[in-house]
Design a protein around this ligand. Structure first.
Ligand code: ATP
Ligand code: MG
Length: 333
């Protein structure tokens, strides 16, 4: 049984004043095994954050199932989910540490908060010891535990965010671009920390990132998302070495050039074992069977027209701030 089993998960948002729906996450199916690190990549606006917010129950699914350890957590109302033992076993690290930390909480209080809210009686009786242990695990000096977020550096703030996420010893850590708000010099240190923690605490990761280099180095398997659907999944090394879907091919070439040197220094952990398997596209979206995706901006109007005919709208790929592929990275077919 997989740790996380997501089946046909769908999230539609109403588009105000149109009577139509935006399919932010559209019939997504995948699983995460115990101890596995899975990357989620795709352009801005393709639905990555919506997907992780569904999994962490911050959003209600429109359709589909979320099985955690075989239990259907997607069917529970959030209020009831909070009181299940599974609630503490899925934790999230957010993109912007300053944004996600309560400015009125010290580092100590931030890390202690999940223990006080979701901990067992035994855990609540020993909050200080566990906060200190979590701080040690993430390399946050105990002397900083009395500080407020604005008195910490970006890297220290993210260590607080990670300590908060691991203090309850979760099984699955969902990381939504955990280093993209950090200074480049700090990113590598935090990523190394995440790699170490995964080993030490035997965590599973769902790692969302725009940076395909990081995904290749930190994950065993990758999910490629495009317009709310998964278009390709497979062992990270294989997908980046030989992408099958045109959209993945559009993303990958520059990455491969850049990772070739780095990958010799830090190879993905479990991917080599899985290397015999081929990456595969979602069946309905293989290059031959699926729409001939040429570039996000060209695919979007077609998708929108098709969706409009079906009485719903697809989110445009070219959103403000969207990742725009330079011509040299556009797929050729
Ligand atoms: N609460 C909401 N109400 C309406 N639309 C939403 C809501 N949340 C997200 N969306 C829309 O759903 C789509 C997917 O958004 P999402 O934040 O999941 O993208 P993303 O892949 O995480 O993008 P980025 O890489 O920029 O973080 C977008 O078009 C977004 O505008
Ligand atoms: Mg996002």
């Amino acid at each position: 049984m997989s740790l996380l089993d997501v089946r046909s998960l769908t999230k539609r948002f109403p588009v105000r004043g149109t009577g139509q729906w935006l399919h932010a996450v559209d019939d997504v199916t995948f699983a995460i095994e115990r101890g596995e690190s899975v990357g989620l990549v795709g352009e801005s606006g393709c639905g990555k954050t919506t997907l992780v917010r569904l999994i962490t129950r911050l959003l209600e699914p429109s359709d589909g199932r979320i099985l955690f350890d075989g239990r259907d957590i997607g069917a529970l109302p959030p209020a009831r989910f909070t009181h299940t033992p599974d609630r503490r076993r899925i934790q999230m690290v957010f993109q912007d540490p300053l944004d996600s930390l309560n400015p009125r909480f010290t580092a100590f209080d931030t890390i202690a908060e999940p223990l006080r809210r979701l901990g067992t009686r035994e855990e609540r009786a020993h909050v200080a010891a566990q906060v200190e242990e979590a701080a040690d695990l993430v390399g946050l000096p105990r002397t900083l535990l009395g500080r407020f977020p604005h008195q910490l550096s970006g890297g220290q703030q993210q260590r607080v965010g990670i300590a908060r996420a691991i203090v309850l010893r979760p099984a699955l850590l969902v990381l939504d671009e955990p280093t993209s708000a950090l200074d480049v010099s700090v990113q590598a240190v935090v990523l190394q920390l995440l790699a170490d923690l995964r080993q030490r605490l035997q965590l599973s990761y769902l790692f969302v990132s725009h940076d395909l280099n990081l995904v290749r180095l930190l994950t065993d398997r990758v999910l490629v998302m495009y317009l709310g659907t998964l278009v390709e999944t497979g062992p990270s090394a294989d997908v980046f070495e030989a992408p099958v879907h045109p959209y993945t091919r559009a993303l990958v070439p520059s990455t491969r050039r850049r990772t070739s040197a780095a990958s010799t220094a830090a190879a993905p952990t479990a991917s080599s074992a899985a290397r015999g398997r081929r990456p595969r596209c979602a069946p309905a979206r293989t290059p031959s069977a699926g729409p001939p995706v040429t570039s996000p901006s060209r695919a979007s109007p077609r998708a929108e027209r098709a969706a409009a005919r079906a009485g719903s709208v697809r989110r445009p790929a070219s959103l403000p701030g969207a990742l725009v592929l330079p011509a040299s990275r556009a797929p050729r077919s």
